[in-house]
Ligand binder design. Structure first.
Ligand SMILES: [Fe+2]
Length: 247
């Protein structure tokens, strides 16, 4: 498994160079605007809670690797609640017709957000605990990059608004960095998993493919954040970035 983890680390560094993170890091842009894509992550965030509960988890189990996966799912299956709280804190939890909100969730603007979930489902359905761990490691790696960036923004917003962000903020990042595996011993256990050449090649493909769809996801978020004012996330897209630059 060591080689697979090394590839994930390599891909993670590349992923961190995506345009979205450059945008999120740019302090000349209003911090609220740097999270203006927030509604677009809904399909991913809500879907991921469900994947943990119904796809990754298998109870009861005698398999030590599936037990690691299970532990992980109990931590990650409810983070979507934090996302809903942050929508309220960001003041974008607007009233809208049910049909309008459905249209947004299934729109072109949120296509990559849904596609990530579909691809995770495709690879994790009926998969071995080892494959599930590979997938979870990729999700952890991308989540770490994203949350490290969003937590900085949440911190800026906390200073301005005195409000805490539970999904985008440091508390979520702290949970994510602490739970891949629970303990150092478990991390070593994952590293030491022996793969056949065939399963290693399969794992490489999953890592490549998932990083690809996560990158498409960040591209989609960047387009949304650049074409929607943070306080009108459901309006028609338009170029709004320049006027929102902090002087
Ligand atoms: Fe999470």
């Amino acid at each position: 498994m060591e080689k697979v983890l090394a590839l994930i680390e390599e891909k993670k560094q590349k992923f961190a160079e995506s345009g979205l993170f450059e945008f999120m890091r740019d302090q000349s842009i209003d911090p609220r605007q740097r999270l203006a894509f927030a509604p677009c992550i809904a399909p991913f965030t809500m879907g991921f809670g469900e994947l943990n509960e119904y796809l990754f988890r298998e109870e009861p189990t005698n398999d030590p690797l599936q037990a690691i996966v299970n532990n992980h799912t109990y931590e990650d299956d409810h983070h979507w609640w934090w996302f809903l709280e942050d929508l309220e804190t960001l003041a974008i939890d607007k009233s809208m017709k049910f049909s309008e909100s459905l249209k947004f969730v299934w729109s072109e603007e949120t296509k990559a957000s849904r596609w990530v979930i579909h691809q995770i489902f495709r690879y994790a359905f009926g998969a071995s605990p080892t494959t599930k761990l590979v997938i979870l490691e990729v999700i952890e790696a991308t989540g770490d990059v994203f949350l490290s960036m969003s937590a900085l923004i949440a911190e800026e917003l906390r200073t301005i608004t005195k409000k805490e962000f539970v999904y985008f903020g440091y508390s979520h990042l702290a949970v994510e960095t602490g739970h891949t595996t629970g303990t150092a011993g478990v991390e070593q256990l994952i590293k030491d998993i022996q793969l056949t050449e065939e399963t290693r090649q399969e794992a490489f493909k999953i890592v490549e493919d998932l990083f690809e769809v996560f990158t498409q996801f960040t591209d989609e978020l960047l387009v949304h954040a650049k074409t929607h004012s943070f306080d009108q996330p459901f309006a028609e897209p338009r170029e709004i970035l320049q006027p929102l630059k902090v002087a």
